[in-house]
Design a protein around this ligand. Sequence first.
Ligand code: M6R
Length: 609
Amino acid sequence: MCGIVGYVGHRTPVPILLEGLKRLEYRGYDSSGVATMNGGGDMWIHKRQGRIRNLEKDLPSELPAATMGIAHTRWATHGPPNDTNAHPHRSRDGRIAVVHNGIVENHSALRKRLTGDGIVLHSDTDTEVIPNLIAKFYDGDLEVAVKRALGLIQGTYGIVVISVDEPNRLVVARNGSPIVLGVGENEMFVASDAPALIAHTKQVVFMDDGEVAVVEPSGFRTTDLHDRPIDKAVDELDWDLQEIEKGDFEHFMLKEIHEQPRAVTRGLRGRAHLEYGDAHLGGLNLNRREFFDIRRMGLIACGTSMHAAMAASYLIEELARVPCKVDIASELRYRNPIVDAKTLYFAVSQSGETADTLAAMREVQRKGGRCLGVVNQVGSTIARESDGGMYIRSGPEIAVASTKAFTSQLLALTLFALKIGRMRDLSAAAGRELLTALHELPGQMQSFLEGADDIERIARSLIHQPYCLFLGRGPNYPAALEGALKLKEVSYIQCEGFAAAEMKHGPIALIGDGTPVVFLVPKDRLHTKTMSNMEEVKARGARVIAVANPGDTEVEELADEVIIIPRTHDLLTPFLTVLPLQLIAYHAAVLLGLDVDKPRNLAKSVTVE
Ligand code: M6R
């Protein structure tokens, strides 16, 4: 949540900072700001409520000369989005400026302390205490002052600090909010996420919690809060610029929906042993004995990642015959979970930075449990702190609404289920059958996406409805939840997903004449049961939009609309049923004239709890 960019070097910083902010706008977009400084220590700050375009629009025609700067795009936690609450925040004496991601939990106590010292803060934010504490402790060394201030702060932070007394130096610190340094030629970059750097450098350094970096054009040095030096490795990003650009697509969400066939191909590459009907997964850090000893599995995630985990839990239990429980990360972390050595946990997260998922993973680890990661962002905190795991390889996901991560996470966990299944009761023939079906998925996804012209018309029929329901059974129950999440988050249409048979225990009361109900009804072993549920809602006047396989005459006769998806293995149906749901959500948002890639109140990686 919130995006940070910093620069120190020989170029004019504002264009670099604004370009970086735009690449991070998905992290928060209710206000933004920039501070620059020249070698003489003249600081200039410019902040605006609203999108980055507002900040850009009001820039002076002539920018003050500068060689360094910091910038921020905000997702409000404390205080409404307005110019005053926007970052950077400056100390009352005007000498220190800070951009901050995270939450200062003891900000009220610190604010009182500063007020007692005669320092009156003027914003509603928790952040404003930081530059003022630093200014209070400043005695000729910014790094020392930052460390003293951080010693008083409880909570999470990723910060970049500048001081008029130390031009050409950024002091950067991290605790619970990601920070990455970018290494250039006589210039250095800082960002909360790597996409902000990729246009300038692929050489990056991922900071860890408790680290402070002093960054100058010639390089950086890192220490902990007690001044002990820390050697950091420089990693190379393997993304291309075009992966974080929209290309010919109007929106990132649509681009990412269409990238799913490629993402599945990438996720499968080198991981399938067709001959043995088995999966090969490097990086799990589990030996054969440890694989045998797994008695239960626990999947921890939030939002779309949790829906992918829920869908995967059906496959894990079916293929591996291992009981699998899915936990909402924010619930698990405060529940005092029962962790035992025979349960293997996975933290499932696209960003690898979601605060609740990370905290839940740490709680499991604290209790002696082993927690692997299923992560997209290489080098993210979950990727680094987990005890091993799988990258989902779907490429950067920029749209706030997660799409390709769902199918890629499901794929990674399906391969894990296959692997553990093959070490137990799953036959080579059954493994081969699954792998063959997995290899057919990219082509099937592609052909569906290429012929999905009718979805816009169906989306149009939903946009003026007061609400809409999504129903499915088995692994299509989580796919239905995902369809409802997608539609509500980008179109703001009220909708819910349910297990189809659960309808009659309450939600069926919502059905009236013409209520739209999206049914996921592939021709799997639950087909007959799902059809009965469809009859039940039809009998009460619902307008049924069915997602079904070709030639399903039963569905054709009963449903009002039928979206045809290719037929696949029974366990793999969510890979295909979810596609029309993503497209319905996308088209509904476009038809309503909404900002598809940046829905209201949301941000891409939720790094606060
Ligand atoms: O980065 P993560 O996968 O951990 O994010 C989890 C959720 O915040 C995320 O999936 C969210 O629900 C998306 N906006 C859904 O589209």
